[in-house]
Design a protein around this ligand. Structure first.
Ligand SMILES: Nc1nc2c(c(=O)[nH]1)N[C@H]1C(S)=C(S)[C@@H](COP(=O)(O)O)O[C@H]1N2
Ligand SMILES: [Mo]
Length: 297
């Protein structure tokens, strides 16, 4: 099965042929908006419109099309929401989401977001640093990785009724990546609670990695000794590695990663060079010192 063909299609389709009128208006509005605040960890690039961010999604539990999540994710029940915490942690348990994150500071961060399919957006997230939750839970010595799983509920997630993915969608980070202050558990965007299609009620955001690392609708967080299995690596290990750091010098076997199509900017160029670590190298390059990123992709 061929997933992630978006790039091959878009590369042969001139931008103006696939932007519809609504998208063109949204793009113009996004560019006319005043510049974003460049504070703390945020980029000062102009965010994409709410319209773009919530209508061009990858969420295979709701279909393979970019507009499927907007069409079908509304049916997902996100309250109550339980999260299982297990593995090498002082306070394991099954938590109600509200209790799990109670008291942890919620921040606003405008991040670049780069999909492995070579498109990108700028998204104003709200969320907590994953490190703050891990510190609250108490990571035990010897834990080296954090594993995440998405909800399995085929009656509300029609994509789980078939297909090649071995549900649940799974992801993982090395503990030092998880503790990096850039890494968020996001609970909202544009100042609103997280839209279902973007991963309500809580999803990961790791801005220096390809978008597939940013797992949605998290119901399990496990501290492990062994490197966890991850969905795209399980499906196509020669195409998707565990690290998945944005790297313009290491191409996907089926397409270049040197540049990216900027969603919503079609009227004004629409393509730009991809930056190493998606522009977050100052904060994260040190995590990979001594590693060959062409081999550990
Ligand atoms: N559970 C789950 N999480 C997921 C995915 C998915 O299919 N299922 N897709 C990933 C991919 S490939 C991308 S690019 C981002 C997209 O996030 P967005 O729709 O909020 O832009 O979600 C990631 N998280
Ligand atoms: Mo992606």
């Amino acid at each position: 099965m061929n997933f992630k063909q978006d790039l091959r299609w878009s590369d042969v389709t001139p931008q103006h042929l696939f932007l519809n009128r609504r998208q063109i208006i949204a793009a113009a509005a996004a560019l006319a908006a005043s510049p974003a605040l460049a504070a703390g960890y945020s980029t000062d690039e102009t965010p994409n419109s709410f319209e773009d961010i919530t209508n061009y999604n990858n969420y295979y539990e709701f279909g393979y099309g970019k507009e499927d999540p907007a069409a079908y994710a509304g049916a997902l029940t996100t309250s109550p929401w339980k999260v299982v915490v297990d593995g090498m942690v002082d306070k394991p348990g099954t938590y109600d989401l509200g209790d799990l994150i109670a008291g942890l500071p919620i921040e606003e961060r405008i991040y670049r977001f780069r999909c492995v399919e070579a498109w990108s957006m700028v998204i104003p997230w709200q969320g907590l640093q994953l490190s703050s939750l891990l510190n609250k839970l108490g990571v035990q010595p010897g834990a080296k990785y954090v594993a995440f799983e998405t909800l399995v509920r085929p009656e509300e997630m029609p994509g789980q009724q078939g297909g090649s993915i071995d549900w649940p969608y799974r992801e993982g980070l090395r503990l030092d990546e998880a503790m990096n202050p850039l890494t968020l558990l996001a609970t909202g965007l544009y100042g609103k609670p997280m839209p279902n299609q973007n991963g309500a009620p809580i999803r990961l955001v790791v801005p220096w990695k390809y978008g597939f690392k940013s797992i949605k609708a998290i119901v399990r967080i496990s501290l492990t000794i062994k490197q966890p299995q991850t969905t795209w690596n399980m499906l196509q290990p020669n195409e998707y590695g565990f690290y998945a750091n944005v790297n313009p010098q290491v191409n996907h076997p089926r397409w270049s990663q040197a540049s990216e199509r900027v969603i919503g900017a079609g009227l004004f160029g629409g393509r730009k060079d991809t930056l190493m670590f998606n522009g977050y190298g100052d904060q994260v390059a040190g995590l990979y010192a001594g590693m060959d990123l062409a081999k550990e992709y």
